[in-house]
Design a binder for this molecule. Structure first.
Ligand code: OGA
Ligand code: NI
Length: 331
């Protein structure tokens, strides 16, 4: 089985967005993972971000730790070393840089003390990383909004439904990961099986490969395709469609002999949004929904209540237990 490839180059107007809707709908119901091409994000920009990321990761830990996550406070930004993040309680074999929307102290969300909102920690070296990352985040976030418009139509809603209800001020997180070679025999995962939490993840990956997706018939590879992003759906899309769309488990193992670098951007609902099932979006959900008990962390995305921020914080506190005091609203 191979994952579908969807060409976004026609999605420049309402007709194009509508024409893609059937393809998007099929991909979201079937595996919840697909590739997009024709997305308009320049290859030069992607190359620039990749080169700068490699330069940063090549620095000594002592220098990288100047922007360590322990300095990011409530905004939850910065660098973490190999083994610094846990999936299902087990350290991942990865090192990473965490970014988010660059918000000044006067932004109402920052003034209100919302966790994961605020200013980024950018390294002094390499020069240019800051501008490249901010430009990249903006370009890829726009791809996400285009996808959500098409998905809205696919779900029987109008094209502006997400813009109005969930993503007028989205939670945007961007990460750059370095996965060292795991060794062909290694039992350790570069990232263990998990689902993503929000709406859409838009991932660029280098040429190494190693990402795997749990399709209905078992694990399949999501190898790199030149100029394509991998897109997958998060728990909030599964929740609002009552399971018609899938937040698909995935994992990474770098069995190559060199570092793998990847660039996931997460486009998620506003922190304060409550994500509820949307009746017109749940058609056929009974047929598609997976039993909750088979989920990777045993936690149902359907049976809880609260804001997206509550959901995300609960997840984040499991992957970075030592840092949670920094971001909890009561701290
Ligand atoms: C993630 C993730 C995959 C990758 O960050 O949630 O699944 O290839 N990343 O880095
Ligand atoms: Ni993921």
């Amino acid at each position: 089985m191979t994952l579908p490839v969807i060409d976004l180059s026609r999605a420049t107007d309402a007709t194009g967005v509508g024409a893609m809707a059937d393809q998007i709908d099929a991909a979201c119901r079937d595996t919840g993972f697909f590739y997009v091409t024709g997305h308009g994000v320049s290859a030069q920009l992607q190359t620039r971000v990749e080169e700068l990321a490699r330069e940063f990761f090549a620095l000594l830990d002592a220098e990288k730790s100047l922007i360590g996550m322990q300095h990011g406070g409530r905004a939850w930004r910065g660098w973490f070393p190999l083994g610094g993040e846990l999936t299902s309680g087990v350290p991942d074999e990865k090192e990473g840089l965490y970014f988010g929307e660059e918000l000044p102290a006067r932004d109402p969300r920052v003034r209100a003390g919302l966790p994961l909102h605020g200013a980024n920690l950018f390294p002094r070296r390499p020069d240019g990383l800051r501008d490249a990352v901010l430009e990249y985040m903006q370009a890829v976030t726009e791809v996400g909004h285009v996808l959500l418009r098409s998905m809205s139509v696919a779900l029987g809603l109008d094209a502006g439904w997400f813009d109005r209800n969930l993503t007028a001020s989205p939670t945007v997180l961007f990460r750059i990961f370095r996965y060292p070679p795991a060794g062909a025999e290694s039992a350790r995962w570069s990232v263990g099986e998990h689902t993503d939490y929000g709406l859409l993840t838009i991932l660029a990956q280098d040429a190494t490969g190693g990402l795997e997706v749990r399709g209905r018939a078992g694990w399949v590879a999501a190898p790199p395709i030149p100029d394509a992003f991998v897109v997958n759906l998060g728990d909030m899309l599964e929740r609002m469609t009552a399971g018609r769309y899938r937040s698909t488990p995935h994992r990474v193992r770098n069995t190559s002999r060199r570092d793998r670098i990847s660039f996931p951007l997460f486009l998620d609902p506003a922190w304060t949004a409550e994500v509820l099932p949307v009746p017109s979006a749940t058609r056929g959900a009974e047929r598609d929904r997976e039993p909750d008990a088979s989920r990777w962390d045993g936690v149902s995305v359907h049976d809880w209540s609260g804001t997206y921020g509550d959901y995300l914080l609960a997840k984040v506190s499991k992957v970075f237990p030592a840092l949670i005091d920094d971001v909890m609203p009561t701290s």
